[in-house]
Write a protein that binds this ligand. Structure first.
Ligand SMILES: CC(=O)N[C@H]1[C@@H](OP(=O)(O)OP(=O)(O)OC[C@H]2O[C@@H](n3ccc(=O)[nH]c3=O)[C@H](O)[C@@H]2O)O[C@H](CO)[C@@H](O)[C@@H]1O
Length: 363
């Protein structure tokens, strides 16, 4: 089988694609892949690092308001469709999948127009503009939250979950802890702001660094690549306690997640799929800067079931964050209750489900 995968911009669209690729490779050793992304998104680095053949097209997203930029975007979209058609005709895939981000627009549209079986994977509970547009042309729309069902044609939509959930299930928590130098048998919390980091979360963490010194738990704090230098400059001026490990980005996230007891993060859909697959309690601070506030909807799907605490960015500060971390991490019963509630929401066999749909449409 030959498969084209396209998805990009941020980790939330790229890691599900790679998890699916891994699942397909495990089941079919003759399978061939081509990943189509952009040069500018995070996908180029992450996909090439994973050793998957990568080609790029140029594309930008639509502005919500009418503008000259939108005309340029339409021109770029049409050029993207043309370039994608050339790549598809050359590679001759049996099936094409888009996992989100602007780049999938021209790639999946081109596939549908060439009569190649196609599918989009929507990670969020509120779909993005690209997937809503593509739903008209593709054979299937795979979703991760039942809340997303109503936005797509009933005969096309199917709940598969997010393939990253399957990937983290098989991860090695002990290895993850060792890779960061965490102590075995000690509780730990991982704080990160999605795949790119979040300034608001960084500011709150900076306020509590001195207070963390007296805590009987360890903290892994991921700043996001672009914020790392700035955060470290501030941290160097205070004395950072030994129970905090600070990183710009974590490349072995499945193993790390499997070894952690509590998550503090944004509410990106792929992170949530990982958290629920492993049954991890979380404090979620949805990004208010995303389309239609979709991260809050994602977060509610966990907090409504007591699997997570939803903390708005407006209410976020160091004191509140520390109090909530203590409330969960220092109370074994609370930790267990939240972990169980989280686990119930996970779809650990998502990768297999999605692969089955792809095999079905490619025949
Ligand atoms: C600002 C924005 O538009 N964010 C969107 C983006 O978020 P974002 O890319 O932040 O997505 P998620 O939080 O869903 O996923 C992040 C992914 O990166 C991984 N990771 C993160 C940090 C790190 O150091 N190492 C690492 O490997 C996580 O394990 C996860 O697999 O895509 C999500 C999925 O469609 C959406 O729900 C988010 O709203």
């Amino acid at each position: 089988m030959k498969v084209v995968v396209s998805g990009g911009g941020t980790g939330g669209h790229i890691y599900p694609a790679l998890a699916l690729i891994n699942e397909m490779k495990r089941n079919d050793e003759n399978i061939e892949f081509l990943y189509i992304g952009t040069e500018k998104g995070l996908e180029k680095g992450i996909v090439e690092r994973a050793g998957i053949p990568f080609q790029s097209i140029e594309i930008t997203g639509f502005k919500r308001k009418l503008s000259l930029d939108n005309i340029k975007t339409v021109i770029r979209f049409l050029k993207g469709v043309n370039d994608s058609k050339k790549m598809l005709k050359q590679f001759k895939p049996d099936v094409v999948i888009g996992t989100g981000g602007y780049v999938c627009g021209p790639v999946v549209y081109a596939a549908a127009k060439l009569g190649i079986p196609s599918i989009v994977h929507e990670q969020n509970s509120l779909p993005g503009i690209t997937n809503k547009f593509l739903a008209k042309y593709v054979d299937k729309v795979a979703i991760c939250f039942s809340e997303a069902e109503k936005y797509f044609p009933t005969d096309k939509v199917i709940l598969t979950g997010n393939p990253r959930a399957s990937e983290v299930i098989g991860a090695d928590g002990k290895k993850g802890k060792e890779s960061l130098g965490l102590t075995n048998g000690k509780k730990s919390v991982l704080i990160f702001g999605g795949s790119r980091g979040a300034r608001a979360i960084n500011n709150a963490v900076l306020q509590i660094i001195p207070a963390l010194k007296n805590k009987d738990y360890e903290v892994v704090y991921v700043t996001g690549e672009v914020h790392y230098k700035n955060v470290m400059e501030k941290i160097e001026k205070m004395s950072s306690p030994p129970n905090i490990i600070i990183k710009p980005f974590i490349h072995n996230m499945p193993d790390v997640l499997a070894g952690i007891d509590l998550i503090v993060s944004r509410a990106g859909a792929t992170s949530l799929a990982e958290i629920t697959a492993l049954g991890l309690p979380s404090i979620l601070i949805p990004s208010p800067y995303v389309t239609a506030n979709h991260q809050e909807v994602n977060a509610r799907s966990l907090s409504d079931h007591d699997a997570a605490i939803l903390l708005s960015e407006q209410a976020l500060n160091g004191e509140v964050l520390l109090a909530q971390m203590d409330e969960i991490l220092l109370n074994e019963q609370r930790l267990t209750q939240m972990a169980e509630a989280s686990k119930k929401l996970g779809i650990p066999d998502a990768a297999k489900k999605l692969y089955d749909v792809m095999k079905h449409i490619s025949k």
